[in-house]
Every structure is written in structure tokens, then in C-alpha cells.
Design a protein around this ligand. Sequence first.
Ligand code: TXA
Ligand code: MG
Length: 318
Amino acid sequence: MTTIVSQIVSANEDGAIHQAVEQLIAGNLVALPTETVYGLAADALSDAAVQQIYTTKGRPVGNPLICHVASIAMADKYVVVNTIAKKLMKKYWPGPLTLVLPQRENNAIPATVSAGLQTLAVRCPASDITKSIIAELGRPIAAPSANASGKLSPTSAADVVESLGGKVPLILDGGETSIGIESTIIGIAGSNITLLRPGTITIDEISETTGLPVLDRDETQITAPGQLKSHYAPNAAVRLNATSKEPTETLIGFGEITGDFTLSASGNLAEAAQNLFALLRKADAAGTATIAVAPIPQFGIGLAINDRLKRAAAPRGL
Ligand code: TXA
Ligand code: MG
């Protein structure tokens, strides 16, 4: 791939939104902040632009992308929004909830976005920057996390530069992301709700909003092809549920376990989620063979943190 100069522009600068929109219209990629992690965006209606996402990230072509919209009305053009989906959109959009829904027949989204599936993942991000870009573009953007495939997700513009610098013409800097881990993904088929990826919006909240149970991924036929075992892989090996550290380790603490870095000294799971990827990067930079991570409670947002940690610790190359 040819090297290009990545321009890093503060998202608050005059004209930054417009500059991003111009790039997208020209069929180029833009890295931009959402409230969860930074995304690598392309005009979702341009097959050629969307293809660039896969090549730039080194992403397997069978791993579909999330289509980011500015409103429920924009999503409704491409997917069938039933009453359950509508309820969830009204409650959590804009915000960190992605819904996998049946596509409308003959909609304008190229098959590359959904990797040929009959369903499409839609999300309305809460970041004002990204929302303004979609609104000015007037159509959705396809955007995975802005990292090389299989690596840690970026929570700052500097993380994007480290992973994809020289491959993306424009990187918008909107500071550190506030949520820090990717959106919750829910699949809806009729009245079946399936959790495809845990996030900061929990299954209890989804159940309460819909009055329906949320099934586990393994209980249904719906799968998120991108949920491969090894993902979010630092260079170092990762050891989970560590209560103390070995000499060859860097320890990431939580609550009463104080580490070289600590996710949340007070045991706050939202704070831990916000710090997760940033601290995995810092611990990795320490250069020890292994990163040890303290136990994280397996409830609420802890389920999402443990999901990411399990993949970070999984044997590589699977
Ligand atoms: O918070 C987020 O969701 C971030 C920001 C940038 O919005 N995006 C993100 O995208 O995490 P990505 O591509 O890193 O993860 C999207 C996941 C993948 O695991 C993919 O397999 C799944 O969503 N997915 C996308 N479309 C799907 C579909 N139609 N059916 C099932 N899973 C789908
Ligand atoms: Mg990702």
C-alpha cells in the first residue's frame, strides 16, 4: 500500500467537520472520534470507499461493518425497524448501542458493508463531531474501530496515528473518548433479542426497556463474525485474574489490587472501561513479557470488560 501523509486536525477547529465531509465525498477514509472508540469512516453508500476500510485495517472481508446514522429516520431507510428496535433506539440513541436488523429489500447500502449478510448493524453515535459529519454528508458512514485488525481499539487520536498513521489522509482529534470500549451490539429477529457484543449498556437495561429476555449469542443462530477469539491483542501475553505480579509482569490493578497502572481504584466499572484500552497500551509499552490484570467483577459493565480481556488473553493467530 502506498504511504500517504496523515493530516491530524483538531475536531474543534473551524472547518474541521467540513474538511472531513469533503474527504468522505471524495471517497477517502477519515478517522474520527465517537463516544466509544475512534472509528475509521467511509461513505457507506460508496462500495469503493468501503472496500478501502477492509484493506487499510487488514480486516477479513467476511467481517461486516457498522453503519452509523444521524437519526432513526436515516436508519429506517436501510433496515426494518420493528417496535422493539424502535423502543431501544428511542431510549438509547444517540449512544453506544448497535442494533443488527433485517435489511430493507433493494436498499442503497453496498453488500461490502454487511459482508453480504441479510442484516445490517446500525448505530447513532452520541459524539457531536461524528453526528455533525453524518448530518452534513446526508448519508450514513460505515466505520469499524480505527485500529489494525485484531489490535487494541483506539481511544485517542494518538492511538490512531500509532496504528494507522500513513494510511488515512485525515485524522480528527476529539480528545479521549468518554466511554472507552465499543458499543453494545444487540441482534433483533422478530421478538428475539440476542446479545452479540457486551458493552456499557447492559443486558439488564435492554431487558428492562423491552420487557423481554436477552438471549446469549450461543443460544441462537445469530453470530457476529468479527467476534473471533483473539482480538485486542497487545504485543505482550496477557494473564487474567492476577492478584499479584511476577517479576516478568506489568500489573494492571482494579479496586483493592493496586497495579503499576490501575483501572479504577474505587472499583468503578465505567471508569475501568474508560481506561481499559489506554492502560493495556501503556502496560504493553512497559515492555514486559506479560501483562497481568486483576480480577474484574462479572456483572454489569464488568461483563463487557471481561469480554475484551478474554480476547486480549486468547492464544494469538486463532
Ligand atoms: O462502538 C463501536 O461500535 C465502534 C465505533 C467506531 O462506533 N465500532 C466498532 O466497529 O466497534 P467494529 O467493526 O470494530 O466492530 C463491529 C462488530 C464486528 O464484530 C462485526 O462482526 C459486528 O459488529 N457486526 C457488524 N455487522 C453485523 C451484522 N450484520 N451481523 C452481526 N454482526 C455484525
Ligand atoms: Mg474493532
